[in-house]
Design a protein around this ligand. Sequence first.
Ligand SMILES: Cc1cc2nc3c(=O)[nH]c(=O)nc-3n(C[C@H](O)[C@H](O)[C@H](O)COP(=O)(O)OP(=O)(O)OC[C@H]3O[C@@H](n4cnc5c(N)ncnc54)[C@H](O)[C@@H]3O)c2cc1C
Length: 333
Amino acid sequence: MLPQPLFVKSFKLATKIIVIGAGFAGLSAATCLADKGYQVTLLEKNEVAGGRARKFEADGFLFDMGPSWYWMPDVFEQYFELFGKKVSDYYSLVRLDPSYTVFFGKEEVMEIPAKMDELLAMFETYEPGSGKQLKDFLAEAQYKYEVGMREFVYKPSLSLLEFADLRIVSSLFRLQMFSSIAASIRKRFKHPKLIQLLEFPVLFLGATPENTPAMYSLMNYADMALGTWYPMGGMHQIIEGMVALAKEKGVDIRLGQEVKQIYVPNGHASKVVTQDASYDADIVIGGADYHHLEQQILEPQHRRYSASYWEKRTMAPSSLLFYLGINKKTNRT
Ligand SMILES: Cc1cc2nc3c(=O)[nH]c(=O)nc-3n(C[C@H](O)[C@H](O)[C@H](O)COP(=O)(O)OP(=O)(O)OC[C@H]3O[C@@H](n4cnc5c(N)ncnc54)[C@H](O)[C@@H]3O)c2cc1C
């Protein structure tokens, strides 16, 4: 069954909706709403769409600024299918083989084969018996992926009642919500390199393996069974595809429009102000970081959390990225 795109109650079709931010979240929200017949304007502060997945061009070089791992191709297929389209209508995707290369050091390189029998054989070279362990581990992970996506990820999460279903509650143990992925991997594998390889996808959650439920071995299933893919031309092809679809559905995308304030008279957001324009709205949807929208764009009386609440949060680690353009061929290693 396809995921339900959005749960919009009974607003009139003349309803004007402003969506803030043209990243994956804002683009998909805007497109789903426009598809339902609403008047949607998408305001993006940058001069290009894409947010963290936008492209950067300088001196003849073209960079993808953020993502380089295309996992879970089913999620993108399902997204385009919501509108009767296919991924291949917008960009062409190839499965990479090897999926990726891990550099443990200058001399130690591990290439991860896309084909399952080759992957199992590679595990065996590190630790006898680990091929069979990997097979069992991935079978469990497949269950977690299927149940986790269906019962958790595609739920709108508007109320805890969505999860009050005996099937979901009874699946919690099999999903291994209460033990860590670090422990679950160490039960099956002893070789430190295999452990590192299997723990690495957790970094996408910004968490440590010790603090992440074993349910997230669903990421290993995404990695090793569903594969690593590449949209030909670069990751920004996904954004270009999503922008093209948004426009087909009638979304009015305004770039270079940084929202400075959302006006909320009488408890209802009714106007959005950018550096040089103002937009009336019946509904405002935030597709930018929650912290930014709440702490900087909303007036204090409309914020759900205080500044001190945010100060006490543990943030996921950040990184400093350099975009290097090299005008010579290089040796990969
Ligand atoms: C370096 C890096 C590598 C990554 N690698 C991967 C990967 O390999 N695979 C993967 O799946 N994910 C990866 N990610 C994560 C992925 O890129 C993000 O999860 C995703 O792009 C977030 O999309 P979003 O729409 O939620 O937010 P964003 O992309 O942040 O979109 C928010 C948008 O809102 C705009 N905005 C903010 N404030 C305002 C305002 N006041 N007014 C108007 N517009 C505003 C921003 O400019 C932005 O365009 C990576 C991220 C980074 C940074």
